[in-house]
Ligand binder design. Sequence first.
Ligand code: CA
Ligand code: CA
Length: 729
Amino acid sequence: MKTIGLVIISFLLGCVLWGQSTQAFAGDLEDLQHALATTPQGIQLQNYFVPGTSLNNHAKIVNSQNSLVHNTQAVRLTNSESQVGSIWSTPKNTFKLNEPQTVSMWLYFGGAASWVADVDPLKAPTGDGMAFVLQNDLRGVSATTQMPGDKPLGETLGVWGADTDPKDSSPAQVASSAIQKSWAVEFDSYINNDTSFEGAGKWNSFDVSQDATQPIRFPHIASNYPGDSNSYQKNKVRGSGFWGSGFGADVSYFTSLNHNGLIQGNNFQFLSDHQWHHFTLRYAPQVGTDTTKGQISYTFNDKDPKTGVALPGLKQTVELDKSKVDNGTHETQWGFTGATGALSENNLVVFDQVPDLVEVSADTHMADLTQGTNVAQTQMVRERDQVQLNYQVKYLNGTEKWNDVIADLKVPKNIALSSGSMTLASDPEHPATIDAADLKRNEVTRSITTGLSATSAGATFSFTGKVKDGTGPVAPLTSQFRGKEAVAETSTPEFTVDPTLDLKLALPSSLYVDPGKGAQITGKVQIGDPAWRNSDVHLQMSINGQSFEEPLKDSDPRGVVNVDLPATLITKKTNTLTVTAVGPDPSHNSQTKTMTIYIGELAFTSATPQVTFKGKLTGTMQRLACAQPLDLTITDTREKGNGWHLEAVASQLKRADGRALDGDVQYFRDGQLLSLNAAQTVASHTNDGVNTRTHISSENNQGLLLQVGGGAISGDYSGRVSWLLMNTP
Ligand SMILES: [Ca+2]
Ligand SMILES: [Ca+2]
């Protein structure tokens, strides 16, 4: 935004100045008080940051006014019109270019002042925003955009170059006025998209998009190198009217900024909405095997500001060319810059993790011990189930110990805790017990007095308890591990409490029935309530699209399931029956069990198609073995207790000329030879309900032989063996 009124936007400036004397200030102050009263939990900053020393710098470290947080400070970059603010890391808190780094924070961008009536959501009157900056500018903590005169140019955010020359502008000239040897990600809450002849070179065109299909219309987040001329585009604009008639003075230039890694909102409250927004920046010190580049991923709105619960957020990943920011030390100063022009904005930052001091993480695991489930996955427990909650904090790495860590843990109120312990990773054999009074409150605040470090890298708080009676959804609860150097937060999973299982149903998983026959379903329901009789419990069943219901029979022993399923419902080879037991109160039901009902059959499922016997006649009686193994498989999927037997009979073997062979086919079994001139039983079987297949093979010391008499004459003979499978044992 601009500080000198021009025709295009002076109407907006007029609005602001009109009531400025007391109301504007009151609006900003009110918003600032709101921001400080609602800061999320962060860390103390005075050891890690110093305000910039550039002219007109308004950045300050201020204390949170939120009584719910502890030892939290905020950076206040700007709090009124026509300000710049910058804050920079101290030497103990640099950004290391050759190491992984994580920085995470909460950002506040003010909002349309409450004293502006009828705020147009498409034109929120706020200031310009702020930028996260890595820099090795020779000016150090006094680095800022070089601006003509003493008025700050809001568009620059105090880090980008100044677009101030409409007649002889070049990207190199603009870049030279920026913070040098730097990389910045901007949080831009004001759209500077003036393409007019009159507005050119008046620091109001950075947000003019080079890509007409992706115009920048709303507040956004984007990154680039402020001191690099490749980050800017020079645009020519021609005047009209008198000057267009041929004199040379009718051309002006404006400069736009290349927005890399763009995350754009879809309204003007994307940034400036009187809310805190979480932002995480992760740096990896190489791209593949290329160590001249780093990779930066930044994610916006990755935590709910009210609950602290993690959200996916909006993410972009960009490459960092280290040569553009490194001065040979392989580290940079880092910090924030912000600026306002004619419109004001409270720009504030609260850090929960700064790079290189310590990197920490926390997570929660909730298990339903009764059901043996992970509640984060099932999102469900039942009344009276036993549950376990583990809160784990980890020290991942860092140059310092994580000091003064306080675990502030919250357990959902509908869990009655029975035990709790804290175990340090460095001393796993000696868990400390949590006091019963803390367990009763479902809240534990406990100091990890040893602190956490590379040698004492974590702690686990473990609680067990029982789900109280009362059904419904349970919202996530956020717990904190807050220490001097970082804050780690973790949330319990979102879940629902379902009614307890007063009824537990047990059924076999499958059943075979004979074709055309009904099925008898037998099982057991464990009835929890002694007042209920069998007939108070109904079985809701469904098979092949038909649903029906029937009560347990009072004539049966307690809890016995005994249902006759008619054959008309068993219409397929494989049928799925679902059964749920329901009590007199429909909120009490069992889990739904599924049973597969197969129609049984008795059949050959494989058979050797042909066997041959070969031999040299000797004029005496001979027995010839088959040249191929015999191989028959019989499948019986009928109900248990059914049997079958197999008979075999062979025709006489004949030559093509009709001459019969002197000899006969025999079956060898149990040391006996059975002539197949007449039908013989060669195998029999009774179904045990478990094994459905029987394999008859010549490898099992049985099979076919050809007995040839002494009068046989040579030739090719053929015949047939018939196998008869009978459904009786
Ligand atoms: Ca802007
Ligand atoms: Ca921008």
